[in-house]
Write a protein that binds this ligand. Structure first.
Ligand code: GLN
Length: 307
């Protein structure tokens, strides 16, 4: 398949749509990212990459980091993790408080904010303090991407903290139900820091390769998850990776994928390749407008969906 030609055709077709949607402004440091940005990268089993647009430019990965923290925590806790977080789609916005209240402080899944904050809390407990937990998360991302220089943007993390009342409320609510072990403020700060990691589509696409190949990175041969864990992480991405638009995304794109409010989306074609796309303007569910369209065009043009 001529992946480069396919990417170029997608870029041409989505260019008129780049101005649609709205850049996330509830995190002020993200509001200034220009709407016209677009990048898309495909990584094959061999590590060979095909890219278009600003594919080497780093952007805020935001909720895409939740795939990495979920993988890391599953590796340490196994099934015990599911005592603290479920695997059902929420059908609610990513930062909703109401469901958490009537479901007694157990978040529906690890990809909504409450679930990801509970996973961060589990990692802080495992590593004994928040600094070591953050270092372990960064180290994991560096290993799966093969990029030692990956780090987070302090300005974005601080900006989230300044406007972090809703996430702090989610954490406090979990604590009131006994589903939170560590200090709320420092744990939520750690969550904001891993959301503020910056990566390019080249780096993100490369980092997702382990999930396309049963938990083993086919380039380095290193194992980052068991085949069963990889299968489950992909299942949760398919059903929960786009919050209350996950059904729509599965319907239009048909791939396990995870979005972030920085405008990035990562996706995998199991057994075949991994992908990342970036376009900062978001639809009303907080998912990249043009990024979703680009992935829909990808599966339509290549026939590479899981269905
Ligand atoms: N850091 C963001 C938040 O907590 C992540 C949200 C997202 O990417 N959907 O609100």
């Amino acid at each position: 398949m001529d992946y480069q030609a396919i990417l170029e055709a997608i870029r041409d077709e989505i260019t008129p749509h780049l101005h649609k949607g709205k850049v996330a402004d509830y995190i002020p440091a993200l509001a200034s990212v220009p709407k016209g940005k677009f990048a898309m990268t495909i990584t094959l089993e061999s590590g060979e990459q095909f890219s278009v647009g600003e594919h080497a430019e780093r952007f805020s990965i935001q909720s895409i980091s939740k795939v990495f923290t979920f993988t890391l925590a599953l590796g340490h806790y196994g099934r015990r993790l599911y005592k603290r977080v479920g695997v059902e789609p929420s059908g609610n916005p990513f930062n909703s408080l109401v469901q958490l209240e009537y479901e007694h402080g157990i978040p529906r899944n690890p990809f909504i904010n409450a679930g990801a904050i509970a996973v961060t809390d589990a990692l802080v407990s495992y590593y004994k303090d928040e600094y070591r937990a953050l270092e372990a998360i960064l180290d994991f991302i560096r290993q799966i991407s093969g990029e030692a220089g990956i780090t987070f943007d302090h300005e974005v993390a601080n900006s989230e903290m300044e406007h972090g009342d809703r996430n702090l409320a989610l954490a406090r609510l979990m604590k009131s139900f006994g589903n939170f072990d560590n200090e709320v403020l420092s744990t939520v700060k750690t969550y904001f820091k891993h959301c503020a990691v910056t990566m390019s589509t080249d780096e993100l696409s490369r980092a997702m390769l382990y999930l396309a190949f049963g938990g083993i990175d086919p380039v380095s041969g290193r194992k980052f998850a068991t085949p069963s864990q990889a299968k489950r992480i992909n299942a949760v991405m398919l059903t929960c990776g786009h919050y209350d638009a996950s059904g729509e995304f599965a319907y239009h794109v048909g791939l396990p994928a995870k979005s972030g409010v920085g405008g990035g989306i990562v996706a995998v074609v199991p057994g075949r390749l991994s992908l990342a796309v970036w376009s900062p303007a978001l639809n009303k569910h907080g998912n990249s407008y043009a990024g979703t369209l680009a992935l829909e065009k990808f599966t339509t043009k290549t026939g590479l969906s899981i269905f």
